[in-house]
Design a protein around this ligand. Structure first.
Ligand code: ATP
Ligand code: LTN
Length: 334
């Protein structure tokens, strides 16, 4: 049993990734890398949020593979199932039960403000599923069920964590103290990795073209090719200017994260050299990161992963149940 979580000594971290496609370096630097670093200090719970993934169309067979592969990516990145709880959201019914309760206190005006909903629904706002609209309420349920203190995420999820805080406060004010108020943890440098084909939009698993992202499972030569073809700005200098030269700023940021160097050092190293040189080296650095990661990734069997998920759900279920019972009592349902 994971004592860190059950004995209440350490603060609690909760986070999750949707099994909506292959994970990319944005997911790694925005979320996974932070999670790994937090395992020492916190009691950690990492979820594969499959109910979130079905808010947009998924192929059932592929979804099933993506669930297992998302856990595989957690393990390859250094999440240790002996120290952290890893589970699948749909294995614990308390998530959807609490989401329903929170739906009754969330307002349509809260959800209408959500940037991600506006982006994902685009022009067809009246015709997308209700689940896509209500998605941030399910996310609030995920977080609040575990008395979470900290939620490590990329910048794009900040607004959703703010909503979780607002819903928790609203519920507590109406029905008495029930939920802990969680806090988003966002790392400045890795908060927002942009798309290789469009530096104005974040790198995304469900992007229309694989040229948008460097998947953690891309073969090094494929990743290098994507980098060579990445959009650049006019001019030739390797200088960080996010407003005037967002494409090269994004590539510099990715280089710095992968090589563990700072951006100023890279600017100095590439002074007087062109994009070609820079991109070629970035391809190499990317391969040096991906190769050992992939070796680990392919070392875990499906059976092993299924066992980890089963054990994780058994550990998480009683924690979630305790909060759900308290919530129901405070509501007058029990
Ligand atoms: P989808 O395209 O299906 O919405 P996604 O690529 O946005 O998927 P999520 O599963 O929504 O990925 O996000 C998992 C975690 O990775 C979240 O914490 C999110 O903030 C972070 N993240 C996603 N994309 C980026 C990015 N481009 N830069 C930094 N962090 C990111
Ligand atoms: N909405 C998040 C995934 C997510 C999540 C969570 C993250 C669902 N529930 C709880 C942190 C905590 C996203 O990345 N799209």
């Amino acid at each position: 049993m994971n004592n860190n979580i059950s004995n209440g000594v350490k603060k609690i971290v909760f986070s999750g990734v949707q099994p909506s496609g292959v994970l990319h370096i944005g997911n790694y630097f925005g979320a996974l890398q932070q999670w790994v670093d937090m395992q020492d200090k916190y009691g950690c719970i990492f979820c594969v949020v499959d109910y979130h993934a079905i808010t947009v169309k998924q192929d059932p067979r592929q979804l099933n593979k993506n669930i297992i592969n998302t856990v595989r990516a957690y393990l390859a990145s250094g999440i240790n199932p002996e120290r952290s709880i890893i589970f699948q959201q749909s294995d614990i019914s308390a998530h959807t039960e609490l989401a329903w309760i929170l739906n009754c206190i969330a307002r349509i005006s809260d959800l209408n403000k959500m940037t991600q909903f506006k982006e994902k629904s685009g022009d067809s706002r009246e015709n997308v599923g209700v689940g896509l609209f209500a998605y941030p309420v399910l996310m609030a349920a995920d977080i609040l069920l575990y008395n979470t203190d900290a939620v490590p995420v990329g910048e794009d999820q900040k607004q959703h964590v703010e909503l979780s805080r607002a819903l928790a406060r609203r519920f507590n004010a109406q029905f008495g103290h029930t939920f802990k108020i969680p806090e988003a943890i966002i790392k400045k440098e890795s908060a927002r990795i942009m798309g290789l084909d469009n530096p104005a939009k974040k790198m995304s698993k469900s992007a229309a073209s694989p040229a948008n992202y460097i998947a953690l499972t891309d073969k090094p030569e494929v990743a290098a090719k994507k980098i060579m073809r990445a959009v650049t700005d006019s001019g030739k200098e390797i200088k960080f200017n996010i407003v005037k030269r967002p494409a090269i700023a994004n590539l510099l940021n990715i280089y710095a994260l992968l090589a563990g160097k700072n951006i100023k050092t890279l600017e100095r190293e590439y002074a007087g050299r062109g994009y070609g040189d820079f991109k070629k080296d970035l391809g190499k650095v990317t391969g040096e990161f991906l190769s050992p990661w992939q070796k680990k990734y392919y070392s875990f069997s499906d059976e092993e992963i299924k066992k980890i998920l089963k054990a994780g759900a058994e550990q998480a279920r009683p924690l979630a149940k305790a909060t759900l019972i308290k919530t129901k009592k405070n509501l007058g349902l029990i």
